[in-house]
Design a protein. Structure first.
Lengths: 224, 264, 240
């Protein structure tokens, strides 16, 4: 494994981890709102959250590119005012990964929250706990394993992200080259042996992440 | 229950009756040729194909892309009849593997490299060395190891000793039209494409033209592929490309014409 | 205590819960067959459910008034709840469950000084303090749930069939303790049950609910004829 290849592996794991951590707070909040509350327009929110899961990743990438490009609504502001670029930088990789893996996190976290007996939360309230305390002392600990499973799953998804990443960040060697982008390029170059080497790494990491996720989700703390 | 085999035989028998579409007395279906062409030829080839059909020639199904990607498809037995590559190297590879029909190869066209910037850009590029400067943060370029436009660009940048300074800024793209699109979007500061590509886009402007004398030797070979089942029709089409009708369209789009001769 | 339940209307699965009553004694029993709406009424008292129409006030403080848009949140009501299945927190040990309502600190003294040692001693749960709740019997869970509610210094205690799973001896001891809570610590209780002997042992007032309606309200001995037969007979002539 060459130094470049180690860089690619390290970079991919790093940005996937950062992306997953970034979506954790908003993702958990959204999952909790979806699990515990009803409100008009809720089906619309559920559909929007699920969209990146079923849309072609390049389509999502295109939307992100338009939004975050130097002439885009958000990207233009960042570029002109803050001299800050997202597209074709490592930040773009993180954004693409985060958007594509968020639906998985929200879905599994929602199931985890729904698995917490609401009676327990009610009792906690009668014992004087504020909503914040109920969430952090009862709901979250009981949903923790399921949530962790969801985190691993969305991390694995982020690792494998390609379609949106290549549009938003390109495959710039040493700057935005992830495992999937590098494998694609090696295939383009006809360097199949090298491609298979990276493929093996990619599969191993994904395998471990998904296995861990499945184990966690089936060994949840059972709440009455 | 009838066996499926019997049903199949019955269907075939019925299908071979007169009027069912398989009779040999029908006129032959119009010939369709699959032409694989480098992305930079997109607009020119579309016009030529339309003209060719108007004068009674075969229908042309066009497949555009990076010459490297197309060459690989041909190696993988894609049903191509004619190949127009943006560099000789890809054609050489195919010839080595016996995929080129002997005697049909010609070096047809040439092109010029240009540095383009978004149409509304204020960037000043007086020489290619300016690409190393701090105002240029991202440069769109075709994949420099495989795609001809990228290979040509890398050759040139190495020649003027600027490659090492710009390599960190390069945003590699799959083909030359993708590089053009990157510049059009404004997400990169500059791009290196063919002059003919810059010519078809209103959203970029040419900042600098690399003079043919200083730039790399660009050559577009064309050939009929040995796997073609319509070699006669394919030869006719290649002849049309070299005819005044074809040459005229290429010139119109800014291509340089090489004297037609088989590649060395 | 004085507990006002006025114009309560809560649609349930097959019928509507409709209650209009004034409770004046310290321990009132909600008696009736399963599914008659008793637990829903407890939920309303605790603020865990909202009714389209209701007025609830406890000792003069309005907890719910749908007409005026008043709904005191559960955590401010200081109403303890012992549900039928105990609902202990599975991720906390017994001790942490017990101390949840005191925020981990010992309960404050406000005329309801139930100390940790005292409560755990009388309910006989001291040997269980450091156990995880996964290995407790049903009866142990009930007692811990009761202790947990008490330790949060409630001014009203709601008990939903709290004797479920307790053996005969323990029932007697717990009833004794509940009497002490009633008399010495003066914590009023609303007690849901369908065992008549518990009603007579502990309760001073009785609300009989069938299919969401109050079909009897008064003193236990006025409503029921206690005979040597194993069944009871409800006097339908109901003095309100």
């Amino acid at each position: 494994m060459s130094a470049d290849e180690w860089w690619i592996i390290g970079f991919t794991v790093r940005v996937a981890a950062i992306g997953t951590l970034l979506i954790l707070p908003p993702g958990l909040l959204l999952a909790w709102l979806l699990a515990r509350y009803q409100w008009p327009g809720k089906p619309l929110v559920e559909t929007l959250v699920a969209l990146p899961l079923v849309m072609p990743p390049v389509a999502t990438g295109l939307i992100l590119l338009r939004l975050l490009g130097r002439r885009g609504a958000l990207g233009g502001f960042l570029h002109d005012r803050l001299h800050f670029d997202i597209v074709f930088t490592w930040r773009g990789v993180i954004v693409a990964m985060a958007v594509m893996s968020c639906p998985l996190l929200v879905r599994t976290a929602r199931v985890a929250f729904e698995g917490v007996n609401p009676r327990l939360e009610q009792i906690a309230r009668t014992l004087g706990a504020s909503e914040r305390r109920v969430f952090f002392s009862v709901t979250l600990p009981l949903a923790a394993r399921g949530i962790l499973g969801g985190v691993l799953l969305s991390f694995a998804r982020a690792l494998g992200e390609f379609g949106a990443t290549i549009l938003v960040a390109g495959n710039i060697p040493g700057r935005t080259s992830t495992l999937s982008l590098a494998i694609y390029q090696l295939v383009q170059l006809g360097q199949d042996t090298d491609a298979f080497r990276l493929l093996a790494v990619s599969v191993t990491i994904a395998f471990l992440a998904v296995w861990g996720s499945e184990w966690l989700m089936t060994h949840r703390v059972r709440s009455e | 229950m009838k066996s499926p085999f019997k049903s199949l035989v019955l269907a075939l028998a019925l299908g071979s009756l007169p009027g069912a579409g398989w009779s040999a007395a029908d006129t032959p279906a119009p010939v369709e040729l699959n032409v694989y062409a480098a992305a930079s030829l997109t607009d020119a080839m579309k016009e030529i194909a339309a003209n060719y059909q108007k004068v009674g020639g075969a229908r042309i199904a066009l497949n555009f892309g990076a010459s490297s990607a197309l060459a690989r498809q041909i190696v993988e037995k894609a049903p191509a009849d004619v190949f127009l590559s943006a560099d000789e190297a890809k054609m050489n590879d195919l010839e080595k593997q016996g995929l080129v029909l002997k005697g049909t190869r010609r070096s047809l066209l040439s092109n010029t490299l240009v540095i383009v910037v978004p149409a509304d850009s204020a960037l000043k590029i007086a020489s290619a060395r300016d690409l190393a400067g701090p105002q240029v943060k991202a440069i769109a370029l075709c994949e420099p190891q495989t795609v001809p436009a990228g290979i040509y660009a890398q050759q040139y940048l190495r020649k003027i000793n600027v490659w090492d300074q710009v390599v960190k800024k390069l945003v590699p793209t799959e083909n030359v039209r993708a590089a053009l699109a990157s510049v059009e979007s404004g997400n990169v500061d500059a791009g290196i494409v063919f002059k003919t590509d810059a010519g078809v886009s209103k959203e970029v402007k040419v900042a600098l033209e690399i003079p043919a004398a200083e730039g790399p030797a660009i050559s577009y070979p064309v050939a009929v592929l040995s796997g073609s089942t319509k070699a006669e029709a394919a030869r006719k089409f290649v002849a049309y490309l070299e005819s005044p009708a074809g040459i005229g369209v290429f010139r119109k789009y800014g291509f340089l014409i090489r004297p037609g001769s088989p590649a060395p | 205590m004085k507990l006002l339940l006025r114009n309560i209307r809560l649609p349930l699965a097959n019928f509507a819960l409709e209650v209009d009553a004034e409770i004046t004694h310290k321990v009132v029993a909600l008696f009736g067959p399963s599914g008659s709406g008793k637990t829903s009424l407890l939920d309303l008292l605790a603020g865990l459910r909202r009714a389209p129409e209701a007025f609830i006030s406890l000792d003069g403080q309005v907890l719910t008034d749908t007409a005026a848009g008043v709904e005191i949140p559960t955590r401010h009501r200081r109403i303890g709840y012992v549900p039928q299945d105990g609902a202990l927190f599975p991720h906390l040990a017994v001790r942490e469950n017990l101390l949840y309502g005191c925020n981990g600190k010992p309960p404050t003294d406000d005329g309801c000084s139930l100390t940790f040692e005292h409560v755990t001693e009388v309910l006989e749960i001291q040997p269980l303090l450091d156990r995880g709740i996964g290995r407790l019997s049903g009866g142990e869970k009930q007692r811990i749930a009761l202790a947990r509610a008490l330790l949060s210094s409630p001014r009203l205690l709601l008990l939903d069939e709290p004797m479920t799973g307790l053996d005969f001896n323990l029932k007697g001891r717990v009833i004794e303790y509940l009497r002490r809570i009633r008399d010495e610590f003066k914590v009023p209780m609303v007690y849901v049950t369908h065992h008549l002997e518990e009603v007579f042992a502990l309760c001073e007032e009785l609300l009989v609910i069938e299919r969401g309606r109050v079909v009897g309200h008064g003193l236990p001995q006025d409503l029921f004829v206690v005979s040597n037969e194993p069944t009871y007979r409800l006097k339908r002539a109901n003095p309100e």
